[in-house]
Design a protein around this ligand. Sequence first.
Ligand code: RIB
Ligand code: CA
Length: 321
Amino acid sequence: MTSANKHKVILHKVILDVDTGVDDALAILYALADPDIELLGITTCFGNVDVDTATENTLAVLHLAGARVPVYRGSAAPLLREWEGPVPWIHGDNGIGGARRPAHGRSAEAMDAMSFIREAVRRHPGEVTLVPVARMTNLAKAFAFDPELPGLVRRVVMMGGAAACPGNVTPVAEANIWGDPEAAQMVFASGVPITMVGLDVTMQARLTQAHLDTLTDSVPYASLLREAVGFYMNAYQRAQQSQEAWCALHDPLAVAMVSDPTLCRTERRHVAVETEGRLTAGMTVVDWRPAAPAAANADVCVSLDSARFLARFCERLGMQA
Ligand code: RIB
Ligand code: CA
């Protein structure tokens, strides 16, 4: 048990898989503040930034939060494709909106992310919830190496996909799926229980400048949050052509769904990932037909109680909703 979790009644053993990333940083802080989550470890992946930057950002956020959760470096590229590179126009050159990273003297563990996932799931069969908020490359590799693993995982609660809404990289594809569609399809086809927290609901989880303005100075990560989230909101304002400054809390909502699955209404559906289409690669194809021929493999989030989520998020991170 980590020091941050010592006095909690803990209901969920979680491994968070990140490409930190501004909203990944918020997801880490939310997970640390959730009394029902024991964070066994954090695994890192390429995505918003390269895997080494994601690892460094993760360690920096943990340091600021005073948490000694172990961090495991993972994949540097998709299973079969070239990595398209970072997205500095969304997350900044360093992935956290240009915010200064504190010196911390910590490194990632020697064990790699895939081995850690396998080892932790086997150590706690039926108990571990995997929460990938990045490309699902690490999970796909762990499942491919140990085909019994999906049957030993409690649940995968993943941020990714666009069930019945536009994508954010292409007209139909969301970034975490689009960035490694083969890995995502392997996870959806693995038989592991899945909750899909896609853009349908994460785009409704909106943190505004008015929320950020209430951030208390007493939280040790206040200045990082102001800078990183400020940058991220500017990116959203440009992309959404919005009058208001806001950003989507994609990754924190996936974490929140672990301990409170009633935040979103879900539908049990079959989901497959398009890996070949010229226009549709990375699309999450949800079978909405009443008599769908393939058995459902996911609980797909279709709507969100955004007021309740925002209230919880703000309270846990030192803001007012
Ligand atoms: O599409 C949103 C997702 O892509 C989030 O996980 C965000 O961090 C980015 O990687
Ligand atoms: Ca992410």
